[in-house]
Design a protein around this ligand. Sequence first.
Ligand code: HEM
Length: 425
Amino acid sequence: MPPGPLAWFQVLPNTLGVLRNPGGTFERLRRRHGDPFSMRTVNGRIALTAEPAGIRAMFTAPTETFKVFAPQAVRPLLGSRSVLTLDGPAHLRARRLMLPPLHGAALGAMARAMAECADQRAAEAAQAGVVVAQEFGQRVALDVIFRTIFGVADVALGERLRSALAGLMAATNPLLLFAPPLQRSWFPPHRRFASRRTEFDEALREAVRHVEADPDAPPSATKLFLQARDEDGRPLPWEELRDHLVTLLVAGHETTAVALAWALWFIHARPVVEERLRAELDSEEQLYLEAVCHETLRLYPIVAEVLRELAVPWEWCGHALPAGTSVAAVVWLAHRREASFPEAEEFRPERFLGKMPPPWEYLPFGGGQRRCIGAGFALQEMQIALRALLRAGRWRLADPAFPGLARRNVTMGPGREVRLVRREK
Ligand code: HEM
């Protein structure tokens, strides 16, 4: 293994360090041990790098090199047929099914529904005269997923799903997720989680029935999944359909909401950025807005590291790693490499104008065969939501100090509420 804290007594401090402050922990370890470095956490021994050659090797390795990292942590929530818990051919098959609703023409067709959701939330914010960036992000992201992924237009059903999801998330205890032996009915938190999951699944099933019963239902991922057939002409079983829809919801709403909150902070902390965005607000091509989204995801990547477990022994970054160890591309450090991004600590959207760094230097959505399938969806939604809020009014930060960083589940977001207050000019 590359050098690093690998002793058993370092498991707890390492794990807590990565949970509380992944960026700071990775920076400290690299300063002390160089790149690549290693660490041992509750998920075993991990070798990490931020160098493009190692990340490139990871993203281009043959499928059989890796297994999915720590599937037991998300299986109770996402199920055993989710892309996030499957490996090998089953993973590829699930990915092939999930890609079409989130790409190309289907994605373009979702733009109008996304804009309707965002405009409505932006109008509410304008009327209130104040907006909490995280709440705005959450509301837009959930509305968009309910409409475009689930195909839910009915307000009452949307509310039922929203409250069932809040109950499910409140009952999702990290201890439970990371300790599979506790996923048993004798353990009260697990019982509570299981009953909330049943409630959510029932609401989701009702939503799917609505789409199934309506031949004129607007385009949605649910509609496409319902039309899918396997080699023998059979439709997807409910359990599989459920796992795909819940995966898209869980992977897609918190991430996009947090990214929106960061973007809103940067835009309003830097008047020149805001003015430049406003100047192109009504033009056809919004290249600067897109660059602002990329620069936000570069400087504050929502996911700090992308992990895989080795299914076979693998020679990586000059080290012969045994099967069973894990490897990680440290997004946080890669995005702060001076060689890739000069003046890396500065927020400079211009660096993305007309050029994209290679995928082993800029990787907010991971890469290779597990790259985020919602990347295009998220970028489109971010741009639509930011434009809606800018159009709805002029805003200033209630507190312009940097909000700090905090972890929520797997995402890293602003450490405190980012509050915007309406201003006249
Ligand atoms: C700004 C928003 C988002 C960020 C930063 C983000 C980031 C990521 C990252 C880092 C991964 C892991 C990639 C890897 O292991 O190489 C991932 C996977 C995934 N994301 Fe996203 N994501 C975002 C939005 C979305 C949205 C909107 C959806 C769906 C609607 C989505 C669905 C997924 C799925 C299904 C996977 C698993 C792919 C697989 O394992 O094959 N994500 N995302």
